[in-house]
Design a protein around this ligand. Structure first.
Ligand code: KG4
Ligand code: ZN
Length: 376
């Protein structure tokens, strides 16, 4: 089948189990349903994702989530043209649940199965037409409804920080990425050092709103390097050292839950610290992204991944791209499409359609963007 109109998509790469029904229409990809079950609350208790627990939660949720997606979209199995599933990268136990479920459904329902790279999938949240006026405001300029090629892709998620040059659908060049922690990981790990719960990004970002981003001088690793690589582990170390200095002496255990900042004699504000951390992470991402757009003379930048939901990143990137790259247009999906969900996996499948023998598809925890540099 060449042009599927309705796809059932399944995403299970980490601690979210998601199923979506998406439709390819002349107005773009539309979401008929997009159900997300998260075990993040469970993971929060342990300060991060415990792979074994995440996989068990996937197993419990996968069938109910698929049923709910079909019900909400009011679509029967006969109306589905193809099934799309996240093949990797991710946690192997989590990935296996989605991939094996999709394989069984593909074989039993006799539907083509499309494996999707999760990282590539994130970018396709930018091709989804949500049709809601408030979401349209996210489009920083009205020049184009959906991204056009060539465009620069910035992926900032919990596990990845990558810059990719897209020449077309499925045709892209990897420019660089993080050498250690990902941007989301930098938020999560520094939040943990502050005694804040997982995931750290949303809470740091919330507290940062009332803080002074210049209150603490934190490093911006590799900000001036000529390549498009990133490094965030030095920032984590700097925050660790800072927290040791301002911590009350008897409270030395960094794994201790909530730090009571009001008890700290020097009394630095938690919001100031959060604002300084957020600013350091955002500054590096923005500078590298704008530099890449300038180097390749790119007019459109598409942002993807959980950290794309960060308001400060959106503000600074929009501002800088206007100054640095006169005509750059920034695309950022609405927050609920930035974090892991199956709708973008379905959208990616429409534009990169290639069904494979279900029995030959294997979950691949190490799938990357750089080993798919050029696809036909
Ligand atoms: O893309 P995602 O849902 O999962 C991966 O594929 O990794 O990204 C999750 C990451 C977490 O690290 C989380 O802290 C971060 O996205 N995140 C944010 C925000 N919302 C989620 N980081 C900064 N600001 C936010 N508003
Ligand atoms: Zn993701």
């Amino acid at each position: 089948m060449k042009d599927p109109k309705i796809i059932l998509a399944i995403e299970s790469s980490c601690d979210e189990t998601s199923a979506a029904i998406v439709q390819n229409t002349p107005e773009g990809v539309k979401i008929l349903s997009n159900i997300v079950a998260s075990s993040a609350d469970l993971q929060a208790k342990y300060g991060g994702v415990v792979p074994e627990q995440a996989a068990r939660a996937q197993l419990e949720s996968v069938i109910p989530v698929i049923k709910e997606a079909l019900k909400e979209a009011q679509i029967s199995q006969e109306q589905i043209d193809a099934i799309a599933v996240t093949q990797g990268p991710g946690l192997i136990g989590s990935l296996l649940i989605g991939v094996e479920t999709a394989k069984v459904l593909s074989l039993v329902w006799q539907k083509p199965l499309v494996p999707v790279n999760h990282l590539l999938g994130h970018f396709y949240a930018n091709w989804i037409n949500t049709g809601r006026s408030e979401d349209q405001k996210i489009r920083r300029s009205e020049r184009s409804e959906v991204p056009e090629f060539p465009c620069l892709g910035l992926l900032v998620s919990g596990g990845h920080t990558d810059l990719v040059l897209f020449e077309n659908h499925g045709k892209y060049k990897y420019l660089g990425g993080t050498r250690d922690d990902a941007a989301g990981e930098a938020f999560d790990k520094t939040a943990r050092l502050l005694g804040l719960p997982y995931p750290g990004g949303p809470i740091i970002s919330k507290l940062a709103q009332t803080g002074n981003p210049k209150a603490f001088q934190l490093p911006r690793p590799m900000i001036d390097s000529k390549d498009f690589d990133f490094s965030f582990s030095g920032l984590k170390t700097a925050v660790y050292n800072l927290v040791q200095k301002i911590r009350i002496p008897e409270d030395q255990n960094i794994r201790n839950p909530i730090l009571r900042f009001s008890d700290i004699p020097i009394s630095p504000k938690l919001s100031d610290l959060c604002a300084s951390i957020e600013e350091a992470i955002v500054d590096v991402i923005v500078k590298k992204t704008v530099a890449a757009a300038q180097k390749y003379n790119i007019e459109q930048i598409i942002v993807a991944g959980g950290v794309a939901a960060n308001q400060r990143l959106s503000e600074k990137l929009t501002k800088s791209a206007k100054i640095g790259v006169a005509r750059a247009q920034i695309f950022i999906p609405p927050p609920k499409l930035c974090t892991d969900n199956a709708a973008y996996i379905g959208a990616a499948a429409f534009f990169n359609y290639r069904s494979e023998d279900p029995l030959k598809i294997q979950a691949n925890p190490n799938l990357s963007l750089d080993n798919h540099t050029l696809q036909p």
